[in-house]
Design a protein around this ligand. Structure first.
Ligand SMILES: [Zn+2]
Length: 267
């Protein structure tokens, strides 16, 4: 380049220098523009990256909070599962046209209403004339992690009257308290006889009623008088609302004692 430069005339050298200078200025301008663009692009991508990170972090945080609140509410939700015994083709005990399944449901629906009035969340294994197996009833309550399970039945025998409540053969404190609270309240609701809280199974003291044995929460099975007793049936029809209120109150007292720590939270 130096040889070529020396071989041209001074006039041309001037033009040459001006051209080179302009060329240099143009290249510098282009380079400057590219640098500026790169800088801007870099800033832009940094911003996008930052926004993406903030977005991801927020999404994870929200997801975590929602999950935590959900599990906490599942864990702490106080609820009662009411199990109206029998249903559909499984009519239960019979006395003429009277089927146990219908009495159980009538009572369960009223207990549900009374508990809901007290602000207690209630789950019903059935709220109409449908059939569920005993295991389905237990699964229903266990899946919902209910606090208490109360099965509602009516008794049957050649002779006999009154109300009794069954708990499992090795009852926990809450099982026992639940049954006693309900029975204590029912006693003043117009029953023929208080037959007491009983453990195990009617035909086998070492056995258990299925729902008492297979529910994970404290439970009891109420035998609200004998379908086979006309006296009990008359009392049941006459005092149905009072029975429901009494059962709801017994349940509610037990829940209150559990919450206040009078009864241990876990057995
Ligand atoms: Zn029954």
């Amino acid at each position: 380049m130096t040889t070529a430069y020396n071989s041209i005339s001074p006039k041309k050298r001037t033009y040459y220098c001006i051209g080179k200078t302009l060329q240099t200025v143009r290249i510098c301008a282009i380079l400057n523009a590219v640098m500026r663009m790169r800088k801007r692009l870099k800033i832009k991508s940094k911003k996008i990256l930052r926004l993406l990170l903030i977005g991801c972090f927020s999404a994870v945080l929200v997801l975590f909070c929602v999950t935590a609140v959900y599990w906490q509410s599942q864990k702490e939700e106080i609820s009662v599962c009411l199990d109206a015994g029998h249903g559909a083709h499984d009519v239960g005990a019979v006395n003429g046209e009277r089927y146990e399944k219908n009495d159980n449901l009538r009572l369960a629906l009223l207990v549900r209403d009374a508990l809901e009035e007290k602000g207690v969340k209630v789950y019903m294994t059935r709220s109409d004339d449908t059939f569920l197996s005993l295991q389905e009833r237990c699964d229903y309550a266990n899946r919902r992690n209910c606090t208490l399970f109360v099965a509602l039945h009516r008794n049957s025998a050649e002779s006999g009257k009154g109300v009794e409540i069954w708990v499992q053969n090795t009852p926990g404190k809450i099982d026992w308290a639940l049954a006693e609270n309900i029975l204590f309240q029912m006693e003043s609701a117009g029953i023929s006889e208080n037959r007491g809280v009983k453990t195990g199974y009617v035909h086998n003291p070492d056995g258990n009623y299925y729902v008492n044995a297979h529910t994970k929460m404290p439970s009891c099975l109420v035998e609200a008088g004998f379908v086979t007793s006309d006296e009990d049936n008359a009392l049941f029809d006459e005092n149905l609302d009072a029975y429901a209120q009494a059962i709801a109150l017994g349940i509610y007292e037990t829940l209150t004692d559990m919450q206040s720590g009078v009864l241990p939270a876990e057995e």
